[in-house]
Design a protein around this ligand. Structure first.
Ligand code: A2P
Length: 279
């Protein structure tokens, strides 16, 4: 897949790959962001939950890169759902990041029926209305969701004025979530993969090793190439400069047979079901 092949339905391109910032030790975040910028990453994915927006913002500001060359993403956490709280959460994220707009703001998880019963859909609708207003006010260049299954997206579409531009889901070998990917692509929603390496759980799998050896790649690059082959934008995270480089240069080089072999892997990694989570 070509650079900048990911374009949202409002015409704005999403740089790929993105750089995931979850679980980087606090003292390393600023330096890691600066290093990632040197490697070439321009898309930085954070969230209120990660507790690192201050340090991500610090890294971005310390760099010499003009703001308009960066693509900065954050997410509203589950405790802040609903119209007013979401708007306040957005302002708090901006303040922590030290920015005056975001490129993309996401609902981190859908409210699910398990926790909220019949109210779940309305909660998601009110949270989404806040994102729509932030978008209309020009505070954010694009809005989307994360961990939404097709039925959450269908429900949202019933009251939405603007459809989500992105759905960021858990996606890695052993957890493709093909129905979600296909639904999003059919509806013009860019799919991003969190945990594209399955938190390393998948990297020693013999099928990945075989493809990696044949192609002279690392198994991490096979994961990323496989995602790109499915038209999914990966958000790899690494604090290691060599692995950062490897991840940055992954390309969609797998053939159909290799892609199908990876598709067939049994579930592994986190495999969170958004309808079952308790947080
Ligand atoms: P590190 O930061 O030390 O490189 P995921 O993105 O699926 O959550 O996986 C993140 C984990 O994968 C981190 O532990 C990260 O460790 C590791 N990782 C990132 N890139 C690579 C790579 N190219 N090869 C091996 N492990 C990697």
């Amino acid at each position: 897949m070509e650079s900048n092949a990911f374009v949202m339905h409002n015409g704005i391109a999403v740089p790929h790959p993105g750089f995931g910032t979850c679980k980087i030790p606090e003292e390393d975040v600023c330096g890691t962001v600066l290093r990632a910028l040197e490697v070439g990453y321009r898309h930085f994915d954070t969230a209120a939950l990660y507790g690192n927006e201050v340090q991500v913002g610090e890294g971005l500001r310390k760099s010499a890169f003009p703001r308009e060359e960066l693509f900065v993403v954050s997410k509203v956490w589950n405790t802040e759902r609903g119209y007013e709280r979401t708007k306040a959460a957005f302002e708090a994220s901006l303040e922590r990041l030290g920015l005056d707009y975001l490129d993309l703001y996401l609902i981190h998880w859908p409210a699910n029926r398990k926790q909220f019963g019949d109210e779940a859909e309305n909660i998601n609708a009110q949270t989404w209305r806040a994102l729509e207003d932030l978008y209309a006010e020009g505070r954010v260049r694009a809005i989307g969701v994360s961990n939404f299954l097709p039925h959450h997206l269908e429900a949202l579409a019933r009251t939405a004025r603007v459809l989500p531009m992105v759905n960021q889901i858990e996606c890695h070998p052993g957890w493709l979530q093909l129905p979600v990917v296909e639904y999003c692509h059919e509806h013009g929603i860019v799919v991003e993969a969190w945990s594209p390496l399955g938190r390393r759980a998948v990297l020693d799998h013999p099928v990945l090793r075989e493809v990696a050896e044949k192609r002279g790649m690392t198994t991490a690059q096979v994961c990323l190439a496989w995602l790109l082959g499915h038209g999914v934008l990966p958000l790899p995270k690494s604090v290691d400069p060599v692995r950062m480089e490897q991840n940055f240069h992954a390309e969609a080089v797998l053939d159909e047979r290799e892609i199908r072999a990876v598709d067939a892997l049994a579930p592994m990694g986190n495999c969170d079901d958004p309808d079952s989570v308790d947080f």
